[in-house]
Design a protein around this ligand. Structure first.
Ligand code: K1U
Ligand code: ZN
Length: 176
C-alpha cells in the first residue's frame, strides 16, 4: 500500500462516463494498484462507492465502503460484478454521485439483488444485497455500463442537471 495515489474523478458531461467498461481478464498487480488508488480516491472525496471509469479507467472494477463514520473501515471490492437476479419489489433511495457533485435525487430500483463477482484473488462469489448495499451496487454497475443515476430521473430533472454542469465545464474551459 506504499504508493497509493489520488486520481482525478471525472465530472459530467465528460464523455468517458458514458463508455462501456471492459471485463477484467486477469486480476493482476495492475488491477490491485488500481483498486488501492480507487480506495484512496473514494475515501478522500469522500464517497461510499466508486467505479473505475469514474477515474478514467474503463475496466469493470468497483470499490465500496458502507461503514458509518464511527465504525471501522469495511472496504469491499467487486471485479466483473454482474446482477444475476433482481427482486420484483422496488425501493426508493436518495442517491448521490461523485461525478455529479452536490446533486441528489430519489431513484427507484429493485429492492434486492444477487450479484456475482470476483475478488482480488480472482475467486468467484455471489452476494445477496438489500438496502443501501443493493442501491450502491446497482449504481456502480450502472457506471460500468455508462449509465448515471440521473438517467433514472425525469427528463426535465436530468436536462436541468446536465445544463448546469455543461455550463460550468464551458466556463472552466474558458478561464483555463
Ligand atoms: O458512485 C459514486 O459516484 C459514489 C456514490 C455512491 C452512492 C451513494 C449513494 C447512493 C448510491 C450510490 C457516493 O458515494 S455519493 C457520496 C455519498 O453518498 C456519501 C459521502 C460521504 C458520506 C456518506 C455518503
Ligand atoms: Zn456515481
Amino acid at each position: 500500500m506504499a504508493d497509493m495515489a489520488l486520481r482525478d474523478i471525472l465530472i459530467i458531461p465528460d464523455k468517458r462516463l458514458r463508455q462501456l467498461s471492459e471485463p477484467v481478464k486477469k486480476v493482476d498487480a495492475g488491477i490491485r494498484t488500481l483498486v488501492e488508488d480507487m480506495f484512496e480516491t473514494m475515501y478522500d472525496a469522500p464517497g461510499i462507492g466508486l467505479a473505475a471509469i469514474q477515474v478514467g479507467v474503463p475496466k469493470r472494477v468497483v470499490t465500496l465502503d458502507l461503514a458509518k463514520k464511527e465504525e471501522p473501515k469495511s472496504p469491499q471490492v467487486f471485479v466483473n460484478p454482474e446482477i444475476v437476479w433482481a427482486s420484483d419489489d422496488k425501493a426508493i433511495h436518495e442517491e448521490g454521485c461523485l461525478s455529479i457533485p452536490e446533486y441528489y435525487g430519489d431513484v427507484e430500483r429493485p429492492a434486492q439483488v444477487k450479484v456475482k463477482y470476483l475478488d482480488l484473488e480472482g475467486k468467484t462469489h455471489e452476494l445477496e444485497a438489500s438496502g443501501l448495499l443493493a442501491t450502491c451496487l446497482q449504481h456502480e454497475i450502472d457506471h460500468l455500463n455508462g449509465v448515471l443515476f440521473i438517467d433514472h430521473l425525469s427528463k426535465l430533472k436530468r436536462d436541468r442537471v446536465l445544463k448546469k454542469f455543461s455550463k460550468a465545464a464551458k466556463r472552466a474551459a474558458e478561464t483555463a
